[in-house]
Design a protein around this ligand. Sequence first.
Ligand code: HEM
Length: 363
Amino acid sequence: MAFKTLAALVALVGIANAAITRKVACSDGKNVATNAACCSLFAIRDDIQTNLFDGAQCGEEVHESLRLTFHDAIGFSLSKGAAGGGGADGSLITFSDTETAFHANGGIDDIVEVQKPFIAAHNITAGDFIQFAGAVGVANCPGAPRLEFMFGRPAAKAPAPDLTIPEPFDSVDSILSRFRDAGFNTAEVVALLASHTVAAADTVDPTIPGTPFDSTPSLFDTQFFIETQLAGTSFPGNGSNQGEVESPLRGEIRLQSDSELARDSRTACLWQNFATQQTQMAAAFKEAMAKLAVLGQNRREMVDCSELIPTPPKLTTTPHFPAGVGIADVQQACEATPFPTLPSDPGPVTSVAPVCVFVQIST
Ligand code: HEM
């Protein structure tokens, strides 16, 4: 139907715009949201920033919460359908007795037990809480992207099956094929592994819990992609463990899977590209995480509450070689392009401090 006057058309556009931008006042009397369904999340966000993330830190609890987003979601299979798991549905917490016993979930019981009381205290499903906590937590890490948060996961119906989570001793073939079966292409796998820039291992070598994967585990920077390309020289702990290979720095641990992905012809150039492309890396991670966070869910039935996710602090550092290493230590794996020239930090050879590990006290 044609519009009779230009004024009528302008009025209609105005109404449509107002509908898009209108905010609702939340019943807490403090906040406004674009969708009333998001209002309940303000109190949850404040609670977890204070009491889970120690005052909006990018520490151990954020790292563990991010790992949990992945381990819950990846229990999903395009080929196996419902038998392959419900994806990002909270089953890892709802059916924690079953899923924390899976080998690949070693150490995840810590954060599962820490998150449970928050879920019990708020009206939220485990699936929503896991992804919300992950997105809020990552926003505490300088350099991180502001992740999307879609709200509305129903309660999980069943535990995920075992063997859907990649292990650090898996081959690149097996890792890429597991991710493909969950809907991710090779570039998305590399993008998701940017998560290991804010990460440490507690159980790979249990004698040295909290050993980071790069020299800056509280920054969402590109150091992980730089440092995994350096020649490994020693083990940080008691020697060779399953899924561990030599690392280039004292106090740093390297997963066999990260080492192989950095050197495989299918992934090496993607890996090397992220070594200096902070903006690209963060954007690709954001996009891949948006997909991960709704695996197995019907996105159209969910509400976009991304406005609840804080804006991450800016990164003030630039890509560099840690002190004591340089371009001569790079194991060039990308055939198309030489590794970029970077400055080496001055000073004595870098030794990386462990991430403080929290202890779950049972009463
Ligand atoms: C090839 C795929 C992957 C493998 C084999 C893998 C393996 C591992 C292993 C073995 C650990 C150490 C666990 C421990 O000993 O405490 C770890 C930590 C971690 N992973 Fe992955 N991971 C993969 C992909 C991912 C993805 C896609 C994400 C998130 C999107 C992720 C996030 C993390 C985080 C944040 C940590 C650190 C946890 C902490 O510091 O406590 N990982 N990963």
